[in-house]
Write a new protein. Structure first.
Lengths: 495, 395
């Protein structure tokens, strides 16, 4: 795009802008005369600018007829216009950029310089509690769709000027603002460069959500596992920044991306760090257990029921046999029917308006559960297995990781139904191999689990109490190793 | 990328092609809970299996099962053949589902079969991959199939009754694996619990009773050679150190005053000795227990009287063991007491030389018994309950 300078003639400038914004009914052209001698025009997009502020701070003072010599446009800004921000520009390209960001522009006759006024203001959602990541203890603020609010939320927590926020624009038509946030001297600078390099590589027509960016910059695009953390919470973002990670904030979405991550960071809930460490450790283990259950319980059930009947205790096997007696399907088909039904119910629950939500749960619980068992279509133990599995997948704090694991249990069910425990073993080995080869921005996905530094496990196997959390995770925080000096849990006695 | 795709397709095809080859639905299995062996004419064998009837188990979300009285939870079927495998293949013809013995925890031989020798049957049970090595083995005094053909009022099946009784460890319990070890051991002798059928209560419906365990069958090589009573079995259990949570009742002062001790905890050691030609065995018993019933007028809080009680306790154990030795060693001459193993362990060289003579040596082994018994706690009360304080003998 060739750069075209503004004309000195006001009419010519106006015509040019009208040409650029042909058929755009939301543009407002307000021509007036500055102090009774110079023609001028104010252009803005309706709804993106503060029209009350424009009237009060720009048009009113300028139109007041005071006899005197005409001002230059720079002088005008200094003397007359009481807007907080004014930016002079000389090209039509800049003019379009300012306009599309909601800044009103002021053009004056006989001047090849325009003035953009910082009076952009549009309707936005207020800060609310994050829906997908709610918790009992911890801040209840969530990011919103407005990038500047999001950056301010982060800046409010990390006040150090070392918190850097590089910005860039991605998307041919949307020109979406993207901010790369990191804490200097904490972060590996090559990581920041890598993130920027990958972002610059994107040549897409539009970015509507951070999900676009996530898929375009991850290391292994075919993996079912998320390789960037998505969060709506400023506290999670800041905690990641303090561990030497990089946050990518995208205009128009409350979901911020964090890179690099490990498998374990998907299992860590922000609440873990606010509760007492005993509780957090116990909850973490419960989560690990139920992650395994969510992945393997249906397949284990199918495998034992159709291959390894001798593994089940006698009385349990007999009651399972009794409940399966009327079921016409093989265990594999039964499991698939129920699992797919559950997934459908879950998906429907997300889509349905809130008012109908309770109706769905009644249908789900009564029809699918009770009636299907009574009709002899599925057995009661299978309903229990599916219910436990369904609930356990929601114990994973990251929704997206939960879905990944829920999806993976379908191939495992197939393997269990065809090869029994052997098949499950094959599936699990394949899964572990994949996880071992997976990397997120160069950091191995299992790095915090498979480390030789035992103390790295302080935030994996347990949640060490804060007075013991003295180091940052090694692979992202090695440039500034210590969070705090080692300290004793109690105040000194003499104090 | 391409390779990954190819591997995916390959795995998918692999999974589909092999077509669930080993899969058996639970609905297609006849779950066998017990199996028994009887003798038929012409030296043939009758194999009887007890099968769970899943429809009648109740509680599985099934309705309508409660009509026409209590439905039987198990059923039995029998097949006759030259040996077990033959009879089993014939048995399968009259069972519409595939027999599954993964849960079969009871094997019962009838006395006839046991006396004729169970080498063949045993080979099958150990060789075939399906039977569990940890299943319990019994000898039935009556027709073995009869012990399976009953519907116990409490447990799900008669096999369940036998398993639970065994797990109480009142008599000896022997699994398939242990039985195999016994038969292959130095002594070449084995003991199996004997099963009787409890006479049914008068009000009970036909077949509504249970099998129970009483006494022990003695095996030499693979043949049953005799049986010992329940009382002797206890003595044997003392010697083989299987006494556990068991009540000992003995007489005090030679009067009709009895004292009961429970739980009896005992450590028994077999200490073999060879002096020249003489083979000797010292049985060292260290037993402890609490008083649960005191029929005497002695106050056990007095150390002197307690000592008296303890020596009576010791004497009682001594008699029990002697009785067992007398019967098992001198009369039946079967070494189910583990003497052979003890000698083998301590005197491997002498054993090597004499192991062929063990049959002759065993009845001549001189047994000495050394019992130390102590009473640890007198129970909740000190002096005997039920008599005035004045009449309690304090000293």
């Amino acid at each position: 795009m060739k750069v075209s300078q503004l004309y000195t003639d006001l009419q010519q400038n106006e015509d040019q802008i009208r040409l650029i914004y042909a058929n755009c009914s939301d543009l407002v052209y307000r021509s007036f005369i500055i102090e009774g001698h110079t023609k001028a025009i104010l252009i803005y997009i309706d709804g993106l600018s503060d029209s009350a502020g424009i009237e009060k701070n720009v048009i009113c003072p300028l139109m007041q007829e005071v006899n005197g010599k005409p001002y230059e446009i720079g002088e005008l800004a200094e003397r007359k216009i009481s807007a907080s921000q004014t930016k002079p520009f000389t090209t039509f390209e800049e003019c379009v950029e300012y306009l599309s960001n909601g800044l009103p522009i002021l053009l004056q006759d006989h001047e090849a310089t325009g003035l953009a006024l910082g009076l952009n203001k549009w309707e936005m959602r207020s800060i609310e509690e994050p829906v997908a990541e709610s918790g009992i203890r911890g801040p209840r603020e969530g990011f919103t769709e407005t990038l500047r609010i999001n950056t301010s939320l982060v800046r409010r927590i990390v006040k150090s000027p070392l918190l850097k926020m590089d910005s860039m624009k991605i998307g041919g038509y949307t020109q979406t603002n993207v901010v790369i946030a990191y804490i200097e001297k904490l972060v590996d600078i090559t990581l920041v460069e890598e993130v920027k390099k990958r972002l610059e590589r994107i040549q897409i027509d539009g970015i509507l959500e951070s999900g676009y960016i996530e898929e375009l910059i991850e290391d292994m695009p075919l993996s079912p596992f998320p390789q960037l953390l998505t969060t709506e919470r400023p506290d999670v973002t800041c905690a990641s920044l303090l561990e030497g990670r990089v946050a990518i904030m995208v205009e128009g979405t409350p979901f911020v991306l964090v890179a690099p991550i490990t498998l374990i960071s998907l299992m860590q809930s922000p609440e873990d760090y606010y509760q007492r460490f005993w509780v957090s450790t116990a909850m973490r283990w419960l989560r690990y257990l139920f992650t395994l259950i969510s992945l393997m319980l249906p397949s284990l059930y199918v495998a034992t029921l159709s291959f390894h009947q001798e593994m089940v205790p006698s009385s349990l096997l007999i009651s399972m046999a009794a409940s399966r007696e009327a079921v016409p399907f093989p265990a594999l088909v039964e499991a698939l029917i129920m699992e797919v039904t559950f997934e459908a119910l879950r998906e429907a629950g997300v889509r349905l308006p809130k008012q109908i939500g309770s109706a769905v749960s009644i249908v789900g619980a009564l029809v699918i559960g009770q009636a299907a068992v009574q009709a002899g279509l599925v057995s009661a133990p299978m309903v229990i297995v599916v219910a436990i599995t369904g609930i356990s997948s929601f114990m994973i704090p990251r929704y997206i990781a939960g879905i990944a694991i829920r999806l993976l249990r379908f191939p495992l069910i197939f393997l269990a139904g065809s090869l029994g425990l052997l098949g499950i073993m094959m599936g699990v080995i394949a899964l572990v191999l994949h996880l071992c080869s997976l990397k997120s921005f160069g950091v191995p996905y299992l790095s915090s689990l498979t480390t030789t530094r035992l103390w790295e496990l302080k935030d994996v196997m347990i949640r060490a109490p804060w007075w013991m959390m003295d180091t940052r995770p090694h692979l992202t925080g090695k440039f500034n190793k210590y969070r705090q000096p080692k300290r004793k849990p109690r105040p000194k006695r003499s104090e | 990328m391409k390779i990954a795709l190819r591997i995916c397709v390959l795995v998918f095809i692999l999974v589909l092609l092999e077509g669930c080859w080993d899969r058996t639905e639970l609905n297609d299995l006849a779950i066998v809970t017990a199996m028994s062996f009887d003798k038929a004419e012409d030296n043939q064998i009758i194999t009887t299996v007890q099968i769970i009837v899943p429809q009648n188990q109740g509680g599985g979300g099934m309705s309508g099962a409660a009509t026409s009285g209590a439905p039987h939870k198990t059923t039995i079927r029998s097949g006759v053949g030259i040996n077990i495998s033959d009879s089993l293949s014939k048995l399968q013809r009259i069972i519409p589902r595939k027999m599954f013995w993964g849960q079969c925890k009871i094997f019962i031989f009838s006395e006839d079969v046991a006396k004729a020798g169970i080498k063949d049957e045993f080979d099958f049970l150990m060789r075939h991959p399906q039977p569990r090595e940890r299943a319990f083995v019994f000898v039935s005094k009556e027709k073995a199939a009869k012990t399976l053909e009953m519907f116990p009022p409490i447990e799900r099946s008669s096999s369940e009754v036998l398993r639970k009784l065994t797990e109480l460890k009142i008599g000896i319990n022997v699994t398939l694996e242990q039985f195999s070890i016994m038969l292959k051991g130095d002594a070449e002798a084995a003991a199996l619990p004997l099963v009787y059928i409890l006479p049914k209560a008068e009000y009970a419906e036909p077949f509504q009773t249970i099998p129970y365990i009483m006494g022990t069958a003695l095996f030499k090589k693979d043949k049953m050679v005799g049986q010992i009573s329940e009382k002797t079995t206890r003595g044997v259990m003392w010697i083989i150190n299987k006494i556990d949570d068991y009540t000992v009742t003995f007489e005090m002062n030679g009067k009709d005053d009895f004292v009961s001790i429970k739980p009896v905890n005992a450590k028994v050691k077999l200490l073999p000795k060879i002096r020249g030609d003489k083979w000797m065995m010292e049985i060292q018993v260290r037993a402890t227990g609490d008083i649960i019933q005191n029929g005497t007028d002695l106050n056990p809080m007095n150390p002197k009287l307690l000592k008296k009680m303890e020596s009576a306790f010791e004497k009682d154990i001594n008699t029990r063991i002697k009785l067992a030795i007398q019967e098992v060693q001198k009369q039946k001459k079967t070494d189910i007491l583990g003497f052979a193993n003890a000698f083998h362990r301590k005197y491997p060289k002498q054993w090597e030389k004499n192991k062929d003579r063990w049959d002759v040596l065993y009845p001549q082994v001189k047994v000495t018994i050394d019992v130390t018994a102590s009473i640890l706690r007198p129970g909740l009360i000190n002096s005997p309950g039920g008599i005035p304080i004045g009449e309690v003998q304090q000293k």
